[in-house]
Design a protein around this ligand. Structure first.
Ligand code: THU
Length: 135
């Protein structure tokens, strides 16, 4: 989609940094995305004393998407406090695949790229739909 307002996504993602709860890593992450029907959704990382249970910003963004009625993500910006894009971790790539798929655009250090670049040969909902063997 060429009509993505990347400036808005950048500023919304950066604005989310203030809400990050990251006392363990001190690495705030903010995220903002727009859906194909124009909804803006946002997230920030939320860490936990158990360390491993911390939530990434993309994870909280996906929850925001669900709470706003769902939809398909068209474009996403994830940013750290240095103002540069963050490449989603492996778990978040899988989470995002479900709601953005291969055509979602994500801001990288090189500019917007197709999400399929970050998760080639992905496993997704279609596998369950088309490959479940019934008796
Ligand atoms: N983090 C995210 O929120 N998103 C990513 O894609 C990479 C990492 C968070 C998790 C943790 O709270 C902090 O960054 C340091 O890893």
């Amino acid at each position: 989609m060429s009509d993505i307002n990347w400036d808005l996504l950048w500023s919304e993602a950066r604005n989310m940094l203030q809400f990050s709860y990251c006392p363990y890593s001190n690495f705030p992450v903010g995220a903002a995305a727009v859906t194909t029907d124009g909804k803006l959704v946002k997230g920030c990382n939320v860490e936990n004393a158990s360390y491993g249970l911390g939530l990434c910003a993309e994870c909280s963004l996906v929850s925001d998407l669900a709470s706003k009625g769902g939809g398909k993500l068209a474009a996403l910006v994830v940013v750290a406090s240095d103002g540069k894009p963050v490449a989603p971790c492996g778990r978040c790539r899988q989470l995002l695949w479900e709601h953005g798929g291969k055509t979602m655009q994500i801001m990288s250090s090189e500019g917007p790229i197709q999400f399929a670049t970050l998760l080639p040969d992905a496993f997704g909902p279609e596998d369950l739909l088309t490959r479940t063997v019934h008796d």
